[in-house]
Design a binder for this molecule. Structure first.
Ligand code: AMP
Length: 389
């Protein structure tokens, strides 16, 4: 089947067309997976560019006509950031589902409205095209209440939905499946920890193949030290600054914590390669940034090891997790108390395959598993279509 995978932002549409074999078994084997084309439409709504998502879709359709040699798209799969409490798995989209995605906009003000615009633009252009929504939060719907609750007044949860949701779910889910496959264990028996380390970063505790805790929270700001995001800070820092003489308001606070913090704030750049180079050349700030990020992650891993009742596997994935051998080494050096050891040579290998980087005597198997959210969305979309029969 041909799947058009769409990731709509407020001013951009990222897309891929993938060939996905029918039948879950052939997909598990990874047979016949192929990217036919991919691209990006930018600056939507800006002067001199495409006017809106509908026009962007016309442009996209024109490109596909040229590139697919008359082959037709069977299903469109959308990445949707927020599924709230309702969506625990991918769903076939109808009008009520689009409205539900729009109603969740207060929880993801930048992302959900953009996804809905993309879905509506396709409904308008290809009214009979099946569309599937794949939610970034869905995989974390298995968190127990004691993990997703915040210890704040009940009405804040009941009236405003303030709770931990967790993100990067499609990636955490996908690499968990790949790791179980690689290790030859049934997914339901997989107990481990996934560290998705990209520009945004989160870590998830996996028990019996399901998410039982995760470092991101109400929004993707919580948890680890990220490229430009602070991760966990004492919430009083916000109120102190907003009450203080410098007149921080909510918008400025949001910008500081999301865009001006993290590795960038401490080390002067959020590019992991640059940071490692700087640190190797004696730059104290870069070294501190790396230490802080690695330290925060090791604390989460230690905690989640307990949460899952003894992790058997630790997975590194995404831009930094897949590519930065020095950062992986720093993290593993902090895990000595768990009996984790590193195979230095294996850690340096670069590859698109799942690979093991722990030493033969390591108490926990450490894997690098390349993530592929588009592939996961494409396969989920075909799965939903097949289930519909
Ligand atoms: P992502 O958000 O998954 O695309 O990851 C982006 C992050 O991966 C950035 O912080 C990059 O610095 C980092 N990254 C990408 N390629 C490499 C590489 N070859 N070595 C180290 N870090 C990398």
């Amino acid at each position: 089947m041909l799947v058009l995978v769409i990731n709509s932002g407020s001013s951009s549409i990222k897309y891929q067309v993938r060939q996905v074999p029918s039948g879950a078994d052939s997909r598990d084997a990874g047979a016949g997976e192929e990217i036919l084309t991919k691209g990006l439409i930018e600056s939507i709504g800006q002067e001199g560019a495409v006017a809106d998502h509908s026009e962007a879709l016309d442009l996209l359709a024109g490109r596909l006509d040229g590139e697919l040699d008359g082959r037709e798209i069977d299903v469109v799969g959308h990445r949707v950031v927020h599924g709230g409490e309702r969506f625990s798995e991918p769903v076939l989209i109808d009008n009520e589902i689009v409205r539900a995605i729009e109603r969740l906009a207060p929880l993801a003000p930048l992302h959900n409205p953009a996804a809905a615009l993309g879905i509506r633009a396709i409904q308008k252009k290809w009214p009979h095209m099946p569309q599937v929504a794949v939610f970034d939060t869905a995989f974390h719907r298995t968190l127990p209440e004691h993990a997703w609750r915040y210890a704040i007044p009940d009405e804040l949860y009941r009236l405003h939905g303030i709770r931990r949701y967790g993100f990067h779910g499609t990636s955490h889910d996908y690499v968990t499946g790949r790791a179980a496959e690689h290790l030859g264990v049934p997914r339901e028996d997989f107990d481990g920890i996934v560290a998705h380390l990209g520009n945004g970063a989160s870590v998830t505790a996996i028990k019996g193949g399901a998410s039982v805790d995760t470092s991101m929270g109400y929004t993707p700001l919580a948890g680890l030290v990220m490229g430009t995001r602070s991760g966990d800070v004492d919430p009083s820092v916000l109120t102190a600054l907003m009450d203080g003489p410098d007149g921080y308001d909510a918008e400025r606070m949001d910008r500081v914590l999301n865009n001006e913090s993290g590795l960038l704030a401490i080390g002067g750049t959020n590019d992991m390669r640059e940071l490692v180079d700087l640190a190797e050349n004696g730059d104290e700030k870069a070294l501190l940034a790396l230490r802080m990020a690695a330290y925060r992650l090791t604390k989460y891993i230690g905690g989640y090891h307990v949460v899952v009742g003894g992790a058997e596997t630790l997975i590194f994935t995404a831009g930094i997790g897949e590519n930065s051998a020095p950062f992986r080494r720093m993290v593993l050096e902090g895990l000595g108390a768990l009996g984790v050891t590193l195979d230095e040579e294996a850690n340096e290998v670069r590859s698109d395959e799942v690979r093991e980087i722990s030493g033969p005597d390591s108490a926990i198997t450490v894997l690098v598993v390349p993530t592929d959210e588009e592939r996961a969305i494409a396969e989920a979309s075909v799965g939903v279509l097949e289930d519909r029969g």
